[in-house]
Design a protein around this ligand. Structure first.
Ligand SMILES: Cc1cc2nc3c(=O)[nH]c(=O)nc-3n(C[C@H](O)[C@H](O)[C@H](O)COP(=O)(O)OP(=O)(O)OC[C@H]3O[C@@H](n4cnc5c(N)ncnc54)[C@H](O)[C@@H]3O)c2cc1C
Length: 452
């Protein structure tokens, strides 16, 4: 099917997260290479690139990295190691260690050794928990890199769309509308596009709450962590009552002017720490999510109440205490430019296979918007990146087969692949991440007995 009157179709991308940005790059790299096949417009609700904290760290697997390499322009591929530095041999171990509440090792992954992200990209696609390799990348820097060369329309919050036979219109909160031929909702877990297109596709709520804490800690504290748990870049700990922590770090200092005389308290590292607990623990407890200090105090209270006093408990308390409670003041020396107010969030996911396959139209979804998954296996971004690569490949048949066929092909592949990871992450969270009771898994017992 050819496009009439030399009409160049317009693709509207809603959301400039990793999924939307990689899709933009992939279309430009592969489909607009020699001849411009598509106009691409990308819209983001944030008012600018530094509007919102993007997080310190994120784990990427071989398949996510392969999608990045496939879709980013060569000029950015060659700079990927700036945002995911090569593993430092013998100093950091790109694997996972799991410990009990006292820091006693329960299990560790055997990582395949790799020298750089390019070597990691050649490794098998799906990790097994016993043998897997992950590279921890600087999430905020990866986003900055992916923003390069992308003409984003900032401050455009999409609230829905109008679709008819030959076009689709994105509708924005500011009262404007933009016409396109295809609209792709890359707008995250609360996607208004998904809610309109698939109102029957519901979020699965785990009855678990998480708080994501990004902190800069000094070398003294980092040395205590390494002394307790080794030089793994991913740490998990399991409290005896069912709270868990999950942290990602690089053992690379923030400062690049360190000498052998720099005191330990002036050398800093970054950790992303996720604290997770049963939501019913918050019953009858007052916490103000608009006041980060209130959230910090609550988490510290939970840790003190639910965990035995020991070195690991002390370390967790110190990490939580380091969370910033306000935006950095002008001229203040900080390790963060933007600020992430601490909040409690429900752990939820979306399984795209939990509903019948839907009719493929001019509107489709990508990333967390269609298959948000819990963070415990670190599959979410990896899938969003794979979606972008997959959709670009399918769109290469647009001229020949038309939009419907391309989108159907993409949705068929994306639904099956991502659903598998949503369910594996769910299973892992419900059966492995929480402690066993006498009769089985504590969470499942409580969940099944309807007490949540
Ligand atoms: C604690 C934690 C740790 C994680 N760790 C990992 C990990 O190690 N590895 C991994 O692979 N994944 C991880 N994830 C998951 C990962 O964060 C997500 O899967 C990933 O960010 C999804 O990318 P996305 O582009 O689909 O959506 P998002 O990153 O959510 O981006 C959506 C974009 O759309 C914008 N937007 C939203 N609504 C609108 C609107 N109405 N109009 C316009 N723009 C809008 C948003 O501002 C945002 O920029 C983790 C998640 C959490 C919470």
């Amino acid at each position: 099917m050819s496009t009439p009157n030399n009409h160049i179709p317009t693709i509207l991308i809603i959301g400039a997260g990793p999924g939307g940005l990689l899709l933009y790059h992939g279309i430009q790299k592969h489909l607009n290479k020699n001849v411009k096949k598509f106009n691409v417009k990308i819209f983001e609700r944030d008012i600018g690139p530094q509007d919102r904290w993007q997080g310190y760290n994120i784990g990427l697997y071989p398949h996510g990295i392969r999608s990045l390499i496939s879709c980013l322009p060569e000029s950015l591929v060659t700079r990927l190691s700036e945002v995911m530095p090569d593993p430092i041999h013998e100093k950091e171990y790109h694997g996972v260690i799991s410990c009990d509440h006292k820091g006693t090792e329960l299990s560790r992954s055997t990582s395949l050794y790799f020298k750089s992200l390019f070597e990691l990209a050649m490794m098998p696609t799906y990790p097994m928990m016993s043998t897997y390799s992950v590279i921890i990348s600087y999430r905020n820097k990866l986003r900055d890199l992916m923003l390069e060369g992308v003409d984003i329309q900032w401050g455009k919050k999409c609230i829905g769309y109008d679709e008819c036979d030959n076009e689709v219109w994105a509708i924005f909160q500011d009262g404007t509308r933009v016409r396109g031929d295809i609209l792709i909702g890359c707008d995250g877990i609360n996607s208004p596009i998904r809610k309109q297109k698939l109102p029957h596709l519901q979020l699965f709520d785990y009855g678990i709450t998480q708080v994501l804490i990004d902190v800069a800690l000094n070398k003294k504290l980092m040395d205590r962590i390494i002394a307790l748990n080794g030089n793994f870049v991913v740490h998990k700990t399991f409290g005896q009552d069912g709270d868990t922590t999950f942290s990602m770090m690089r053992i690379i200092p923030i400062e690049n002017d360190i000498t052998e005389n720099t005191p330990d308290d002036q050398i800093h590292y970054r950790i992303s720490l996720c604290y997770t607990y049963y939501t019913y623990w918050d019953k009858n407890i007052n916490v103000d999510d608009n006041n980060p200090q209130s959230v910090i105090d609550h988490i510290k209270n939970l840790i003190r109440k639910r965990r035995e006093p020991c070195e690991l408990t002390d370390i967790l308390l110190e990490l939580v205490s380091l969370a910033p409670v306000s935006r950095p003041k002008k001229h203040e020396k900080t390790f963060y430019r933007t600020y992430n107010p601490l909040k409690r969030r429900p752990v939820q996911d979306i399984n795209p296979m939990s509903v019948e396959a839907w009719e493929s139209t001019r509107v489709t979804l990508l990333g967390d918007a269609i298959h948000a998954m819990n963070p415990f296996l670190g599959y979410g971004t990896n899938n969003a990146l794979q979606d972008a690569e997959s959709l670009v490949k399918c769109l290469s048949n647009y001229e020949k087969h038309g939009y419907r066929s391309c989108i159907r092909e993409y949705e068929n592949e994306m639904r099956v692949r991502s659903s598998k990871d949503v369910l594996e992450s769910r299973e892992s969270c419900l059966t492995q991440n929480l402690p066993k009771s006498e009769y089985g898994y504590l969470f499942n017992d409580i969940y099944l007995s309807g007490k949540l």
